[in-house]
Design a protein around this ligand. Structure first.
Ligand code: PLP
Length: 340
């Protein structure tokens, strides 16, 4: 048995999702004639209580489009040093938007409103780039699935209002935060100018992200998506997978969170594990005392796939295709492990 805990992106469509794909009604979405895409966009916009949503092939493209919509070349955005938009989108911020980043040394990928305020360049000091956007991530990826305290998110909004900054949420795993903290999507819709959400992570769709915002900012979104090469034709097949995911796979994220916590508890009890980071959602980050190589080799031999994240950090991610049967087996395996 192979147990793949590398990422929640490794899931494959279930038979039910495949049926939704096979039976989707489609049209040319570049002409906005794909009924299934239109339903998905309307449903997600309504979920967040925002005007408009646009389907993107990837989360990176949705984030990059948002950054383009909020900025002009030469300007600067503020983000945590771990931010996906900065670390894992191929340098897209500078390539697509000609924008630089002021990075904050936050806590587990999360930034605080006072840090944001201190990072803003004075608007009349023309020697420095003009600060125009704040990007936050919830849950954080490199930060180990950490969830913001919603009050902090609101405080950052106030700073953005005071200094006339755009406010974008990279909500690739926002679904996990909503489930873990019993929050409502509409609360997020009220606070942010733009939000991106992924359908292809915990929700289990094969591809797709959605960018959500109000009319004023979203007016140009379809043009930016076209420029980035993200206009797609009969993509309703994939929107159908996304719709199926949104309608069926959100609440069950609680199971992924429970399993992640249980893995964390077992890790805590192992003598060769030196540190387990707090587990808020479906990501477990931990460190091994000294024989990290030994641990990796033993796990590989047992068919357990996972990633090292550098600096001695190792990571397990739970997801839709990590079943209870695998979980039971995996916990037993961990408990029986000895490292010499
Ligand atoms: C996965 C992810 C994205 C988008 O990634 P794609 O692979 O381009 O869909 C964006 N932000 C965060 C935090 C992510 O984890």
């Amino acid at each position: 048995m192979i147990i793949d805990l590398r990422s929640d992106t490794v899931t494959k469509p279930t038979p039910e999702m495949l049926t939704a794909i096979m039976t989707a009604e489609v049209g040319d979405d570049v002409y906005k004639e794909d009924p299934t895409v239109n339903v998905l966009e309307k449903q997600i916009a309504d979920m967040f209580g925002m005007d408009q949503a646009l389907f993107f092939p990837s989360g990176s493209m949705a984030n990059q489009a948002a950054i383009k919509l909020h900025t002009q070349p030469g300007e600067q955005l503020i983000a945590d040093k771990y931010a996906h938009v900065y670390n894992y989108e191929g340098g897209g911020i500078s390539f697509n938007s000609g924008v630089s980043c002021k990075l904050i040394d936050g806590y587990r990928g999360m930034i605080a409103s006072d840090q944001v305020e201190a990072s803003i360049n004075p608007p009349d000091f023309y020697h420095s780039p003009l600060t125009s956007l704040v990007c936050v991530e919830n849950t954080t990826n490199k930060g180990g699935g950490a969830c913001y305290n919603f009050e902090e998110i609101v405080k950052i909004r106030k700073v953005c209002d005071t200094y006339n900054l755009g406010y974008h949420l990279d909500g690739a795993r926002l679904w996990n935060a909503l489930v873990a903290n019993s929050e409502k999507a509409t609360e997020y819709g009220k606070v942010f100018d733009t939000i991106s959400v992924c359908l292809s992570k915990g929700l289990g769709a094969p591809m797709g992200s959605v960018l959500i915002g109000n009319h004023k900012i979203m007016q140009q979104a379809i043009r930016v998506r076209k420029m980035l090469g993200g206009g797609m034709r009969q993509i309703g097949y994939m929107a159908a997978a996304g719709l199926y995911a949104v309608n069926n796979n959100i609440d069950r994220l609680a199971e992924d969170h429970r399993r992640a916590k249980e893995i964390g508890e077992v890790l805590e009890s192992l003598s060769f594990v030196s540190k387990v980071e707090p587990i808020d959602t479906n990501i477990v980050i931990f460190q091994i005392n000294d024989n990290e190589e030994g641990f990796i080799t033993k796990m590989e031999a047992k068919g357990i796939l996972f990633y090292g994240m550098g600096q001695g950090k190792l990571r397990f991610v739970t997801h839709l295709d990590y079943t209870q049967e695998m979980h039971t087996y995996f916990l037993k395996l961990l408990k029986s492990l000895t490292l010499k």
